[in-house]
Design a binder for this molecule. Structure first.
Ligand SMILES: C[S@@+](CC[C@H](N)C(=O)[O-])C[C@H]1O[C@@H](n2cnc3c(N)ncnc32)[C@H](O)[C@@H]1O
Length: 322
């Protein structure tokens, strides 16, 4: 199966439309921080012929597929295996210290979810791994084995917004005394049985637990927070950033950082605008944009997308504070 068949890029035209005005000049540099199967990167390379695109992914399998898909662009595509919070390190690979466009299409790709061996999905039985980079770090099975009840409750509440976190954590601890929970089907059954049956919930009751474990295994929110600060610092003035989130925890962080940058930080008791207090971002979207019904019908992954975009208009406060 080709890379293009394994993941349908979400809001592809809109992403290119938002980023292209910043990628018109010869020598422009774009970073696709979540290159995945290379769908967005391919469209940027096609439609912004002056730009070099650095494609970052922590998943070596995805990066290999993207690299072969984008081979025809020669040195205009630069693959980097890393996490997306390491933007300066990626920029250094092309001798640059700033980017004109940055794209983050968060979360996991359809390829990762569909590959049952990776254990991301409660729909396919597999070992509960959930690492995006399978060469390093703890698996979700390790976390289920080694965390105490309170730690599990914390993970489920913080990363899954799960109101039955205590009941699920207790069920996990009881169950692992009998035998370890190492398969996705086992975990999904433990969760479904732990939640009161009369509760009318949308979707599979195991969904939030799987989301929480995936975020914990990959340290997703910590990396996103660092990446957002780094992305805004790394943009040239006039540069543009587009972020697509797929759940409210991610979108909340993006909204917060974009709003901070677009707000005048002059203390109330000061009369005049100091340059370091001036807004350094201009929002390019009104709130968060969603996918239209046509796209959702064609690509169910687009259902939960929230897209926010901004343009850098001045020096950031992170840098001037440093
Ligand atoms: C939704 S997919 C991107 C799909 C891509 N836009 C395309 O068109 O094919 C997200 C990708 O980001 C990668 N990823 C997630 N978190 C990451 C991180 N912190 N650093 C680097 N890559 C990450 C995942 O491995 C996955 O391949």
């Amino acid at each position: 199966m080709d890379a293009a068949d394994r993941h349908v890029p979400v809001k592809l035209d809109r992403c290119v439309e938002l980023l292209a005005p910043a990628l018109k000049n010869p020598g422009s540099v774009a970073i696709d921080g979540t290159v995945g199967l290379g769908g967005h990167a391919e469209a940027l390379l096609d439609r912004c012929p002056q730009a070099t695109v650095i494609g970052i992914d922590r998943d070596p399998d995805a990066l290999a597929l993207a690299t072969s898909r984008l081979e025809r662009f020669g040195s205009r595509f630069v693959p980097v295996r890393d996490t997306y919070d390491q933007l300066p390190r990626a920029l250094a690979q092309v001798g640059a210290d700033s980017a004109d466009g940055i794209l983050l299409d968060l979360g996991v790709s359809s390829m990762q979810i569909d590959d049952s061996a990776r254990g991301f999905s409660y729909r396919n039985d597999a070992e509960i791994d959930m690492r995006m980079d399978t060469s390093t770090g703890l698996t979700a099975a390790d976390i289920l084995r080694d965390s105490d009840e309170d730690q599990l409750v914390w993970i489920l509440r913080e990363y899954g917004e799960e109101r039955y976190a205590r009941l699920i954590a207790q069920a996990v601890v009881t169950r692992r005394r009998q035998r370890p929970i190492v398969r996705t089907e086992d975990l999904a059954t433990v969760v479904r049985e732990a939640i009161p049956p009369h509760r009318n919930r949308s979707g599979d009751p195991a969904k939030r637990t799987f989301q929480a474990l995936r975020i914990a295994v990959n340290d997703e929110l910590t990396l996103l927070e660092t990446a957002l600060v780094s992305a805004l610092d790394s943009l040239t003035v006039g540069g543009r950033v587009v972020v697509m989130s797929y759940h409210s925890l991610e979108d909340r962080l993006v909204k917060h950082h974009f709003a901070l940058g677009a707000t005048d930080a002059t203390p109330q008791d000061l009369p005049s605008l100091r340059p370091e207090d001036a807004p350094y971002l201009r929002a390019l979207t009104r709130g968060a944009e969603q996918a239209d019904s046509e796209e959702v019908a064609a690509n169910s992954r687009a259902r939960s997308v929230r897209l926010r975009a901004a343009e850098r208009i001045g020096p950031t406060r992170h840098r001037s504070a440093a």
